[in-house]
Design a protein around this ligand. Structure first.
Ligand SMILES: Nc1ncnc2c1ncn2[C@@H]1O[C@H](COP(=O)(O)OP(=O)(O)OP(=O)(O)O)[C@@H](O)[C@H]1O
Length: 455
């Protein structure tokens, strides 16, 4: 095992001796005889451990230790103390030393201590690195989630962010289409330019036209001054056309022309203004179907649809639902100054089984409300809206009481218990909690089912 050691001792003969011996044992040693020089050195160069004498002129080993720890809390410091001076050794440990070794220095013991310190330091670095990888892979900008379909989305965002190709983001309402558009912008070379979003469903045709393309002074009654449109405002950046499926048919050829020619003509104006904008469109509609029904122009559809990014609904994102719930709990708890820090297993089970037709927006609202009403540190089922609390029960009753197959209560109970066991992947404690049974009773019932099947 090798490691980079910074050796500090104001006794030059000791310094030389230790340097030679440690080098022979495979360490890379840098030595300094002035303790004041050690702190700037650890800040400049990478070391795995500092080995310092305790009694030195100018600065004691304890003081040195304090300074190193204050600057680099993870870098281990090993101090060498005089034989029998336990008190100073303890003071050094209090000052943050990793370990101490007493004089006369026994080489095997020293090598052992240094090796442990180096390993400890390198492992710590690895854990920090891993943690970073995990958190970075769980999100992209403000987009949270680490399920396979979301990782695919992140991958596509990374791949296409830097091109100027038009993108259509397709996903159900509340899936985070606007966040994806922002992430595309933030990862692109246009990130320092503006990000402008417009909801194409929010206004009538004439207004949307002047919003997008701008208008000249006097173009209509209220146009007292000329106004630049959103294409001009987004110059150098990204323009999100949200709800593009709702774009009025009359306006569609004008948008197509603008996209083809990269210039717009303000309403009432007589010359065109060029723009440099990356266009991202978003919709929850089936645009292809709309094209077939002639409710959306085919040529515009193909112009927009250079890259298609499909954003999965929340119910297809597995455990992301819990990751997002935890994130929203922390967000709303901090805002409302409440002590709620998480949720219990029964809530987790409900959140995972609900279908979330309103997707992440619905989950966000549900958690905001639950944080407001909860009285406990871990959110409980009673804090959830009735619709979500009742969801599981109604599903199961329907599933079990197929009118063509009316059955006994005992059979309904059996099916329900097995269904819960399946949902919690065999975790009996969690199943017992959900079912409101004690564990022994659940075990007894499960054994009885097994007997029934002859297993
Ligand atoms: N993956 C995510 N991580 C964190 N927050 C998210 C995520 N997806 C959505 N949200 C949040 O959910 C809410 C809805 O997201 P957004 O407005 O981007 O959805 P949308 O798909 O554009 O909806 P609509 O189609 O209704 O316009 C926002 O508050 C957003 O911050």
């Amino acid at each position: 095992m090798s490691g980079r050691v910074l050796l500090v001792d104001d006794d030059p003969s000791m310094l030389e001796l230790l340097q030679a011996r440690l080098t022979r044992r495979g360490f890379t040693v840098t030595s300094v005889s002035q303790p004041e020089a050690a702190v700037p050195l650890v800040l400049e160069q990478p070391f795995d451990v500092v080995l310092t004498d305790l009694n030195m002129q100018g600065m004691s080993g304890t003081q040195l230790c304090e300074r190193v720890v204050a600057n680099l809390p993870d870098l281990p410091v090993v101090v060498v103390t005089a034989f029998g001076s336990m008190e100073t050794a303890v003071a050094a440990i209090r000052a943050g030393a990793y370990d101490f070794i007493t004089k006369p220095v026994e080489m095997d013991a020293l090598v052992h201590t240094l090796t442990r310190a180096v390993q400890h330091y390198q492992l710590k670095g690895e854990v920090v690195r891993l943690k970073k990888v995990v958190t970075e892979s769980q999100r992209l900008g403000d987009l949270l989630g680490s399920s396979p379909p979301m990782l695919k989305v992140y991958d596509l965002i990374h791949r296409v962010a830097d091109s100027d190709a038009t993108i259509i983001i397709h996903g159900e309402s509340g899936t985070g289409k606007e966040l994806v558009a922002r992430a595309l912008h933030d990862k692109s070379r246009r990130a320092s330019g503006p990000f402008v979003a417009v909801n194409c469903a929010a206004m009538p045709e004439a207004l949307l036209e002047s919003e997008l393309f701008g208008h000249a002074k006097g173009a209509f009654t209220d146009a007292k001054t000329a106004r630049a449109g959103l294409f001009a405002q987004a110059h150098g950046g990204t323009l999100l056309l949200d709800e593009v499926g709702e774009m009025p048919l009359g306006l569609q050829p004008k948008l197509l022309r603008a996209l083809q020619e990269r210039r717009v003509r303000p309403v009432g104006g007589n010359h065109e203004v060029p723009f440099d904008v990356r266009v991202v469109a978003a919709t929850h509609r089936d645009l292809e179907g709309m094209v077939e029904e002639q409710r959306f122009r085919e040529d515009l559809y193909y112009r927009l649809n250079v890259v298609q990014l499909e954003l999965p609904p929340l119910r297809a994102r597995g455990g992301d639902c819990l990751l997002l719930a935890q994130h929203f709990i922390e967000h709303f708890a901090a805002r409302a100054n409440k002590r709620v820090t998480g949720l219990n297993e029964a809530v987790a089970e409900r959140l995972m089984s609900y279908s979330w037709p309103g997707n992440v927006r619905e989950l966000r609202n549900c958690i905001e409300r639950a944080v407001a009403v909860t009285l406990t540190e871990r959110m409980a089922v009673d804090d959830l809206p009735e619709k979500i609390r009742a969801y599981r029960a109604s599903q199961v009753v329907v599933a079990s009481l197929d009118p063509s197959e009316l059955t006994t209560l005992e059979e309904v109970e059996r099916r329900y218990i097995l269904r819960v066991m399946e949902e919690v992947k065999g975790n009996k404690s969690l199943a017992a909690q959900i079912l409101g049974l004690d564990r022994k009773t659940l075990y007894r019932k499960l054994d009885r089912f097994k007997e029934g099947t002859g297993e």
